[in-house]
Design a protein around this ligand. Structure first.
Ligand code: PXL
Length: 282
């Protein structure tokens, strides 16, 4: 079985980060080891009064212990990182694992809706660009893409042509493939992907719901990572991730639950696991 090292926070309530990555990657048949970046009572998106324990000091020591034990990782998958010092430690870990031949997936979680997440310092996007340079796959949303490429943020409504331009600019930020999330087409929402050697971007869309859904980006990137590790092409994995995330959003909206507390991904997990695992067996 392959093993991925997931580097995200634990938000105790409000399904995102590790509470999403662990079950999804496990359901897709890959061992998910974790390096928690911070422990919070809830995520910081639209919920106030959360507790926050920064685990920056633990990152290097945890990784050093695993090296001493001879633990091997087939992939690194990073998300919410909470300080510039932690970004630097994670960048070193990414370089080390990459030299070992691991797949490096960087979700540059730092901003949405045109704004940097609260608590993150102004210099964060520049340093995040350094981490993306070590990636095989990066998965920014439109705001994060503008921060990484230095292109102006002009709102969430981007044409496919603009999204393709952005994907080409993003590919200069990484050594790998670029995936852009949150791309709209009419009343649909999806993602674009530009493979390392591709001459053209490809897009996948699914019906969208109104409103914002914290944690949706983590669901998307976790499915993408799990699917690629099971041997799916990046384009197929993007299609899997768009389809699954849209189903979760639809269920959550239909249930009328408060979206700040996360997506109903659990109800779809068994079917997702069967689909990806069956394709492997076929
Ligand atoms: O889902 C992204 C995310 C992850 N972790 C924390 C967050 C957010 C988004 O707000 O606050 C702690």
């Amino acid at each position: 079985m392959k093993r991925v090292l997931a580097v995200h926070d634990i938000s105790g309530v409000g399904k995102c980060s590790l509470t999403v990555a662990l079950p999804i990657i496990s359901a897709l048949g890959t061992e998910c080891s974790v390096l928690p970046t911070a422990v919070l009572s809830t995520h910081t998106g639209g919920l106030s009064g959360y507790t926050f324990r920064d685990l920056t000091e633990d990152a290097r020591a945890m990784f050093a212990h695993w090296r001493a034990l001879g633990v091997r990782f087939d992939a690194l998958y990073t998300g919410y990182i909470c300080s510039e010092a932690q970004l630097e430690a994670v960048r070193e870990i990414a370089e080390t694992l990459r030299a070992d031949g691991a797949l490096v997936v960087i979700d540059p979680v730092m901003a949405d809706g045109g704004r940097l997440y609260s608590r993150l310092p102004a210099g964060f996007p520049d340093k995040m660009r350094g981490l993306c340079a070590a990636a095989d796959i990066i998965t920014p949303n439109i705001t994060e893409a503008s921060l990484l490429t230095g292109r102006e943020y002009a709102g969430e409504d981007v044409s496919e042509a603009q999204a393709e331009d952005t994907l080409f600019a993003l590919r200069d930020v990484t050594r790998g493939a670029a995936v852009l999330t949150g791309v709209r087409r009419g009343d649909k929402l999806g993602a674009g992907v530009l493979g390392r050697e591709s001459a053209r971007a490809e897009f996948r869309f699914a019906p969208a719901e109104r409103g914002t859904f914290p944690g949706a980006g983590d669901v998307f990137a976790s499915v993408l990572t799990g699917a690629v590790l099971r041997g799916r092409s990046i384009e197929s994995a993007v299609a899997d991730a768009v389809g699954f995330t849209a189903e979760c959003v639809k269920r959550t909206a239909a249930a009328g639950s408060d979206p700040r507390f996360g997506l109903d991904f659990e109800s779809g997990l068994a079917a997702l696991g069967r689909r990806i695992n069956d394709i492997q067996d076929a």
